[in-house]
Structures are given as structure tokens and as C-alpha cells.
Design a protein around this ligand. Structure first.
Ligand code: 5CA
Length: 435
């Protein structure tokens, strides 16, 4: 993508309405703009990151055997009356009337809708177990939307729902999602610690929050440092063993913190700090299947209410959380797996015909090799171009200038380490292909 044809409204000034670093950087780097309190437009660069995160989430859900569908954002109040939650949910639910005076709502979550869809399509134990998920916008009329996309009113969530014939099966589905979550977050370059959680208005007796550590986080957290050493990629597919391992180590938020258990953690392993909740999983048994009349026939002919769980990932919140965990004084540092482009190609002298020709050729070769490149072909000062590339945080910068070209070299900068090296063009391209 050529910057002269793109829409990237980068700003130098720190926006005054933003309190935390990720919100400031998301505005400065031209990722989002607020259009109403807690509601954001995703500008082209921000949208690319959002899509990348979505794709990692999708791949790990599919790998875990979950099946994707898409439910609408608008739901009917009658559906929520079936579970009794329409009145219970409170002012966070945005309630709307259509032209026929029918009561509608903008979905804050989808337990009722998925239960009704599954109920109408399932007959017997042979149709179970199933985990269905979608990635869809939600609306919660938060009292205090703040910190940008971190606590928005409209936000993108992956929500999955599992249906099992009995509790043992439901626990397996829960463990499978737990493993999928740890893999998902690790692929995004962040460490999210699973912590025992209170299950809140969703209900149920087994629940974990996934917390990314960051000083600006909303919850206070207490955990065993052994969580820092676990490698989820290396963990086997035995989800139950993983669950047992996770359960054997102490980790809790301020809501569930237990001083007596905390005392048993050796002092040199005690870690305390703040964190951001990027995911939350729940097992809640037959709460919705019973209240909404979903039954299936078991192998021995009995009728039972399926056991259910729900599993949420804050997809749009993750954009902010990853920036909180990965930035420096000059801007964002994207982990490669979710970077909006891999390479920022800088032409130092757009007014110099031979320099522009060389940069154009490199751009064509990068594109030809399938490397996602943002090409700064604007007629601007070098300093402004460096500042733009640093703030938007692409993993690699490739700098083409007339002096280097005389020697046959370009400069390759690694955004994470800050290391800069002069290399012949061919070698730089080989390294970028391999990186
Ligand atoms: N139905 C369940 C699981 S599917 C559910 O709604 N869980 S939740 O309430 O915990 O939300 C799931 C995730 O969405 C949270 O872990 C958080 O990362 C994200 N989230 C929740 N509220 C907001 C918000 N106001 N802004 C941005 N992300 C949010």
C-alpha cells in the first residue's frame, strides 16, 4: 500500500482526552476515532489489526473443533424473556423499539439466541457435543466507557457456546476452550494468565478470566510466577492435564483473592500487579437449556437439558491490551503475528528520480513476494517519515536513500530491538522473506 493513496491520519500531539498509553497511541497512530461516547470507527490501519486478531482467534477456535456461525446484533426482547434475563439485565442493555412498537435490543451477549437456534436444530445425543461461535459486535451501555476501545460501549467479541449431554462432557469442552485461549493469546505475543473468577450475571460455578498484565489494568491480580514459565505452544493436546496444571497454581483477581491460599505460595514466587481482562470463560450447566426448554434424548432414551458453557474473547479490547504490553516512547511495537503490515518501506527522497525508482522497484518485489508493505512514498522530510513509522509500529523498516544507493545498500531497522543494519537490497529482501 502506498501512503500517498492511503488514509492514515497520524497526529504528533498527544490527545488530551486519552488517559492511558494504548488509547493515546491508537489515536496518534490513526487506528481509531471516537464517533460517540464509547463508540469507535476503525480506520484502515486499525481495521487491519482487528482483522488479524480476529483471524488468530478464528484459527484457534477452529483447531479446537468449534464451528463458526454468525448471529445478528439486534435481538428480540421476547427471546430474552424466555430466560428471564430481559428484566434482570438492567440499564447496560440498550433497548430499542421498531416501527411496529416491538421491543428489541442490541445484543450484549448471545446465550439466549444460540440456545434457541440449537434447541430448534438438535434432536438427540448424537448431535452433541457441539461448540458454536461467532465474532460479532456487542453493545453494553457502560456507565463509564473509558480507556478507548478497552471499555467501549460497542465492541467486538468472539463468543463461543458449548452443548454437552452431561457435566463430564461439559467440563471437557471447558478445558478445550481453556487450552485454545492460552494458545490464542500466546500467538499474539502476550502472556494472559488464567485466573479463577466470579461468574457474575452469566451464572455458573466454574469460571476463569484471562488477564494480561499491565499497570493500567482495571483489576488487581495475584499470581504464582510459575505462570510466566509455562509455554502453551509446547503444552500437549491434553486439555484436562492443562486445566489441572493451571488449577494447581495460584492466580486470582481482587474479586476472588483468598489470603489463606496466597500465604501458601512461596514468597519468591508471589507476583502482584494489575491486569486487563481479555477473555472470560464460564460453565453454567443447564441455566439456559432448562429455562428455555431445550431437551435432547440420551442413548438410553431419557430426556435431558444439555449442559452449557460460554467463552468470550474481547477482540477489540485486545488491540488496546496488546499496545499496553508492547510499546516504547516512540510508539507501538506490533508483534509480527498481528502487525497491520510487516514492512514499512521509506523512500527518503521522493523528489529524487533515481531514489524513487529504486524504492518503487523494491516495493514491487516485496509485494511480489507476498510481504505486506506500507510504502511511504510521500514527499516529506525524513524525520517525519521515521516518526510516522515508529508510532505505527510495523515490525520492520526498510529505508532507501540516495547515499546508500550509491554504495548499493539500504538500511533495515528492527522496530523491536531498534537495531539498524546496512545491507545490499537483495540480502535485505531475503532476510525479510525469512523473518
Ligand atoms: N457471554 C459471555 C462469554 S461469551 C460474556 O459475555 N463474557 S464477558 O462479559 O466476560 O465478555 C467477554 C469479553 O469481552 C471480556 O473478557 C472482555 O475482554 C470483553 N469485553 C467485555 N466488556 C467490554 C467492553 N465494554 N469493551 C470492550 N471489551 C469488553
Amino acid at each position: 500500500m502506498r501512503l500517498t493513496k492511503y488514509f492514515l491520519p497520524v497526529t504528533k500531539e498527544t490527545p488530551s482526552d486519552a488517559q492511558i498509553v494504548s488509547h493515546k497511541l491508537m489515536l496518534r497512530a490513526g487506528l481509531v476515532r471516537q464517533t460517540a461516547a464509547g463508540i469507535y470507527a476503525w480506520l484502515p490501519l486499525g481495521l487491519r489489526v482487528l482483522r488479524k486478531i480476529e483471524e488468530v482467534v478464528r484459527e484457534e477456535q477452529n483447531r479446537a473443533g468449534a464451528v463458526e456461525l454468525l448471529m445478528p446484533t439486534l435481538q428480540s426482547a421476547d427471546l430474552w424473556r424466555q430466560s428471564g434475563r430481559y428484566d434482570a439485565y438492567g440499564p447496560e442493555m440498550l433497548r430499542i423499539k421498531d416501527r411496529h412498537d416491538r421491543e428489541m435490543l442490541y445484543g450484549p451477549t448471545n446465550e439466549e439466541m444460540i440456545t434457541s437456534l440449537f434447541r430448534d436444530g438438535v434432536k438427540s445425543y448424537r448431535d452433541l457435543p457441539r461448540t458454536l461461535y461467532h465474532i460479532q459486535w456487542k453493545f453494553r451501555d457502560e456507565v463509564r466507557p473509558r480507556f478507548g476501545v478497552m471499555r467501549g460501549r460497542e465492541f467486538l467479541m468472539k463468543d463461543a457456546y458449548s452443548f454437552d449431554i452431561d457435566e463430564a462432557g461439559a467440563r471437557q469442552s471447558y478445558y478445550t476452550q481453556l487450552l485454545a485461549y492460552l494458545r490464542t493469546f500466546q500467538r499474539m505475543g502476550i502472556k494472559a494468565v488464567p485466573m479463577k473468577a466470579a461468574s457474575g450475571p452469566i451464572g455458573g460455578d466454574l469460571s476463569h478470566e484471562f488477564i494480561v498484565l499491565a499497570p493500567t489494568g482495571e483489576s488487581e491480580v495475584f499470581y504464582d510466577s510459575r505462570f510466566e514459565d509455562l509455554d502453551w505452544k509446547a503444552t500437549s493436546d491434553d486439555a484436562e492435564a492443562l486445566f489441572n496444571q493451571v488449577s494447581s497454581l495460584y492466580a486470582a483477581t481482587d474479586e476472588t483473592h483468598d489470603e489463606t491460599l496466597w500465604k501458601d505460595v512461596p514468597d519468591d514466587r508471589k507476583r502482584q500487579g494489575r491486569g486487563i481482562e481479555v477473555g472470560h470463560i464460564f460453565y453454567f450447566g443447564t441455566k439456559y437449556s432448562a429455562s428455555m426448554g431445550m431437551t435432547v434424548q440420551t442413548a438410553d432414551g431419557r430426556q435431558v437439558h444439555p449442559e452449557m458453557g460460554s467463552y468470550g474473547v474481547g477482540v477489540s479490547r485486545l488491540v488496546g491490551a496488546i499496545i499496553e504490553a508492547s510499546h516504547d516512547e516512540n510508539g507501538i511495537i506490533w508483534p509480527e503475528s498481528i502487525a497491520p503490515f510487516k514492512v514499512g518501506l521509506i523512500n527518503m527522497r521522493a523528489d529524487d528520480a533515481s531514489c524513487a525508482k529504486a524504492a518503487d522497484e523494491i516495493y514491487a518485489r516485496l509485494e511480489g513476494a507476498g510481504i505486506e508493505t506500507l510504502y511511504d512514498d510521500r514527499d516529506e522530510r525524513g524525520g517525519a517519515k521515521f516518526a510516522t513509522m515508529d508510532v505505527i509500529g510495523l515490525p520492520w523498516q526498510l529505508i532507501v536513500g540516495p547515499k546508500g544507493l550509491e554504495k548499493g545498500v539500504v538500511e533495515l531497522k528492527n522496530r523491536t530491538t531498534g537495531e539498524r543494519r546496512e545491507l545490499p537490497v537483495d540480502q535485505a529482501l531475503v532476510e525479510l522473506c525469512a523473518a
